[in-house]
Write a protein that binds this ligand. Sequence first.
Ligand code: FES
Length: 146
Amino acid sequence: MDHTTKTDNINRHEFLRTLGFAGPALAAVYFGGHLQSCTNERVSPAPTNLTVDLDAPENSALKTNGGYVVKDGVVIAKSNAGSYIAATLTCSHEGKNEIMYQSDHFYCPAHGAKYDNTGKGLNSEGKKGIRVYTATLAGNILTITA
Ligand code: FES
């Protein structure tokens, strides 16, 4: 039996009690680390009038089917069918701001969630779907609205 560990646990418990932690507050101290790891990242705000110049060099990925750029928390892609589509950067699984576009679907590398071009979930991680936006092309300017 490891007496050192047991003694350390008792000492920690007693130490926390001397600081005034008891009941739910004491439990929060013990489980605080776990709760923090479950906290979602900040949810990307919906675009109000986001514009993308398709002629700008930084947006050259949007000239190719399957290409995408990320701007202001929005993933803007040229779909596999050649239409412009957009979705939030925030994954509905655990809130990571990591959504990208892969060939013909939105994808989150954190745990593998997949969403089709309309935002519908394609696997269990993506079952809640993802928020998609309207992309309107006028000349070379793409406008994204919620
Ligand atoms: S947060 Fe995106 S798959 Fe888990």
